[in-house]
Ligand binder design. Structure first.
Ligand code: SF4
Ligand code: SF4
Length: 155
């Protein structure tokens, strides 16, 4: 089925075709950055350390079909995830539509430019490094504030 005109405005997430669902992803790869959870408060902090399978040039998973085998905690992404994953970046289309909000105006479905997410530096490109380059006991020092989410609140 072809993508319906302005489907993101007229249909809910659970009414979308597979193609429409995939088209919502802006390719920012911010969900592929490591997150640290405070054991006491449950608050989540985002780091600038990317999953080892993320190709930082393209901002794409280098082995997408096997992602759940390669990384067991690479989360399956569905409508329920969009509604409950409070750590998703504020820019994420799934999160925004699940909250009844609009797409960001730079989103490729509005702008027609899939590279704009990188040009505007709202993606992991040129702002993150591979987890393999930093020992785990130093990850705390890699927490960043430029990824906006509801990470100060536990769902
Ligand atoms: S944060 Fe959302 S829009 Fe960005 S890559 Fe992940 S699923 Fe796609
Ligand atoms: S396995 Fe791929 S999709 Fe999953 S977190 Fe790593 S880079 Fe992202």
């Amino acid at each position: 089925m072809a993508m319906r005109d302005q489907f993101w405005q007229h249909y809910s997430l659970d009414e979308l075709s597979r193609e429409e669902w995939e088209a919502l992803c802006d390719g920012c790869a911010l969900c592929c950055l490591h997150k640290l959870e405070d054991e006491d408060s449950g608050a989540i902090a985002v780091t600038d350390l990317s999953c080892r399978y993320l190709d930082l040039d393209s901002c794409r998973c280098s082995d997408y079909p096997r992602r759940h085998i390669n990384v067991p905690d690479c989360v399956p992404f569905d409508v329920q995830s969009a509604r409950s994953f409070y750590w998703l970046p504020d820019t994420c289309a799934y999160r925004r539509l699940a909250q009844g909000r609009a797409l960001p105006d730079w989103h490729w479905l509005l702008s027609g430019d899939k590279n704009l997410v990188h040009t505007l530096q709202v993606s992991a490109q040129n702002q993150s490094i591979s987890e393999t380059l930093v020992p785990e006991d130093l990850w705390q020092e890699r927490v960043v504030r430029w990824v906006e989410s509801d990470s100060d609140q536990k769902a």
